[in-house]
Design a binder for this molecule. Structure first.
Ligand code: SF4
Ligand code: MG
Length: 331
């Protein structure tokens, strides 16, 4: 596998009346071809802002203030809006939680599917119509030919979601960014859509960034998992290590807050406290106010990202204790 996306020291801030507030704090990660990286964390942790930064779709008061985002070795930061538009719907595609925000309500499904194919793939209208029908078949939409003449509001939520996925996959992107695309759907359709993304991923070799707060979905689809907290990456590892050997107290908290379907008597654990706001400056480890393992050093000194194994990193001082041979206090 070769590196598809390299994000290095990305910093994204929001201009507000209170100044420039950091939403993403110098994070680094990569995605390989054919790989699925899940980004997890509570809402407000920076996972959606990370996706929007990659896509060049930040809200108007958002701004990338540092770092680089390299797709196939080309830096996306500093590209003009036109250049980004050319990339989106071609090498880069995104699917959102709410398909109505991505679909244009006044244009037919057929028009919206054909458009990227005629623009980016230089297809004739006839070729694009044929390709659109094939795409709708691929995403499991029945009577695909008739659907081309319909408008988004004439379809059910699950069908609209499939149309949006068909649109996102139309140009066979190198990288698909999916931000909670299945959260609003019922579980059967959710499972079908996850299967479909996976199938197309191995067909066309695309890398996938999948943003979710659902650890069940993570277990199903991730190759690697990146856990974010308050704008930072606190742990990253292959999916087995995240579930079998989580190191960061925040990751452990997230896993414990997943209800066990086999044990209804079990009380749902939630991580106490709430995430700091963007403008809360917190000394030391940004999780220390909520961490049951916090010690003096955690309050004053920011932990580096420690290597647990070559595919597993945790930004927590407990790792230093483990690595220096002292008893592991958190197992
Ligand atoms: Fe908890 Fe300290 Fe680790 Fe932060 S560095 S997660 S406060 S133990
Ligand atoms: Mg979000």
């Amino acid at each position: 596998m070769s590196r598809l996306l390299n994000v290095d020291n990305l910093e994204t801030k929001f201009r507000t009346a209170d100044g420039h507030l950091p939403a993403v704090r110098k994070i680094s990660f990569s995605v390989d071809k054919e790989e699925t990286l899940c980004i997890v964390g509570e809402s407000g942790c920076g996972k959606s802002i990370t996706s929007l930064s990659i896509m060049g779709l930040l809200p108007s008061n958002g701004e990338i203030t540092g770092g680089s985002i390299r797709l196939d070795d080309e830096n996306l930061i500093g590209k003009s809006e036109e250049e980004m538009e050319q990339l989106r719907g071609n090498a880069l595609s995104m699917i959102f939680q709410e398909p109505m925000t991505a679909l244009n309500p006044v244009l037919t499904i057929g028009y919206q599917l054909r458009e990227p194919l005629t623009i980016h793939k230089n297809m004739s209208k006839k070729e694009a119509t044929k390709a659109s029908i094939e795409l709708l078949d691929k995403v499991g939409i029945p009577d695909s030919k008739e659907k081309l003449d319909q408008y988004p509001h004439e379809l059910s939520g699950g069908m609209r979601q499939r149309v949006m996925i068909a649109m996102a996959l139309a140009c066979e992107p190198s990288l698909l960014v999916a931000d909670e695309p299945t959260t609003a759907l019922d579980v059967t359709i959710q499972a079908q859509i996850l299967d479909l993304i996976h199938e197309l991923q191995s067909d066309i070799g695309m890398g996938v960034i999948f943003v979710t707060h659902d650890m069940g979905v993570v277990a199903d689809i991730a190759d690697r998992v990146m856990v974010m907290y308050a704008g930072e990456v606190v742990e990253v590892a292959d999916v087995e290590s995240i579930f079998e050997n989580p190191q960061h107290p925040y990751t452990k908290g997230l896993l414990e807050s997943v209800p066990d379907v086999d044990d209804v008597s079990q009380e749902l654990q939630v991580i106490k406290g709430s995430m700091p706001g963007l403008n809360d400056e917190i000394s030391g480890c940004r999780f220390h106010l909520r961490c049951p393992f916090a010690t003096e050093v955690c309050k004053h000194k920011e932990p580096p990202s420690f290597e647990v194994t070559p595919t597993h990193y945790s930004k927590c001082w407990l790792q230093e204790v483990n690595q220096s041979g002292q008893p592991d206090t958190i197992t």
